[in-house]
Design a protein around this ligand. Structure first.
Ligand SMILES: NC(=O)c1ccc[n+]([C@@H]2O[C@H](COP(=O)([O-])OP(=O)(O)OC[C@H]3O[C@@H](n4cnc5c(N)ncnc54)[C@H](OP(=O)(O)O)[C@@H]3O)[C@@H](O)[C@H]2O)c1
Length: 294
């Protein structure tokens, strides 16, 4: 019986595979799945885990991909608008394959959030609950990398743009969320005591984007100002630098949700699951600067 990881060709899933190995799980017990076969081959070569192609849009193929599954990590997919159907098909296939635990990566406050991105997460959570399958929902907060990946352009313009007002966002690194997922997948607790229906709200440090700009200024040694824009203006700015309109709309809408507190949590579930404080913005920015310089 195996731990099957979906989205293992992506940033988060790959880190979960690495963490499972660090925790002492035998490579032979881990099945890493994704769509991109060249990335699957590289992962197999690097880690020794078994890899299988799995596309949630192809339910027939999922039967083979999930064969022998015990615990499944269902990493939410990227195609907004098609994700609920994809997740539903993956859940059905995991149950049919006999999964004893399905762990799903959702979004903070999925049950109450009005941001566009939350809709398919909420529907997936409802489907998972209604399925009766033992499950754990990891409501991941924002990635620190959403900001650190933009460092070169922020530094160049001296501006961090957004539509978040004074809203606070709870963030952590992908590695923190991956460590939390690996902790849940390897814990005796989720499957040891009968039916499991657990939801974790996961976030680390919370800050406003004005506070983030202040930290950026300090670490980069140059003034970075947070520029708060009306949502439509932020969409226009994002499209002007090359983002597809749909993506720009989703990102600006998420910032509007951030301004309403929908990407904020006071929960300490993440620190408890990983047994250490989540990565701070100061550390993430320093690490990103070092990495981007090297
Ligand atoms: N909390 C946040 O701030 C935040 C930010 C961005 C995204 N997210 C969500 O968190 C997820 C994981 O983040 P990430 O950084 O690892 O994203 P990522 O690097 O883009 O990886 C996404 C993964 O989803 C897989 N995938 C996409 N469509 C699929 C399908 N139809 N069937 C099976 N697999 C499919 C991709 O597989 P292939 O590459 O092999 O096609 C890839 O492995 C994202 O997919 C998204 O739902 C959260």
């Amino acid at each position: 019986m195996s731990i099957v990881i979906t989205g293992a060709t992506g940033h988060l899933g790959r880190l979960v595979v690495d963490r499972l190995i660090d925790l002492g799980q035998p490579a032979g017990r881990i099945v890493a799945t994704g769509r991109d076969t060249s990335r699957l081959a590289a992962l197999a070569q690097r880690t020794g885990v078994e890899t299988r192609r799995a596309d949630f849009a192809d339910p027939t193929g999922l039967t083979d991909a999930f064969a022998g599954v015990e615990q499944l990590l269902l990493v939410s997919t990227t195609t907004v608008g098609q994700r609920f159907d994809q997740h539903r098909q993956a859940i059905d296939a995991a149950i049919a394959a006999g999964a004893t635990l399905i762990v799903y990566t959702s979004i903070l406050n999925a049950d109450t959030s009005r941001i566009l991105l939350a809709d398919e997460h909420r529907r997936t959570e409802e489907y998972l609950r209604a399925s009766g399958a033992p499950h754990v929902i990891l409501r991941n907060g924002w990635y620190l990398e959403n900001y650190t990946d933009q460092l070169p352009v922020i530094r160049q313009h001296g501006v961090l743009p957004g539509s978040a007002g004074d809203g606070r966002v709870s963030v952590a690194s992908r590695r923190d969320y991956a460590d939390a997922a690996a902790a849940v997948l390897t814990s005796d607790a989720p499957t040891g005591g009968g039916p499991v229906h657990v939801t974790y709200e996961l976030g680390g440090e919370a800050f406003t984007l004005t506070e983030l700009a202040a930290t950026l200024s300090e670490v980069l040694g140059t003034t970075i100002t947070y520029q708060d824009l009306p949502v439509d203006d932020y969409v226009a700015l994002l499209t002007s630098v090359g983002l597809p309109a749909e993506m720009a709309t989703v990102l600006a809408d998420a910032d509007a949700g951030l301004s309403r507190g929908e990407l904020h949590t006071t929960s300490d579930d993440l620190a408890k699951l990983i047994g250490r404080p989540p990565t701070t913005r100061d550390q993430a920015i320093r690490d990103a600067v070092a990495q981007q310089a090297g």
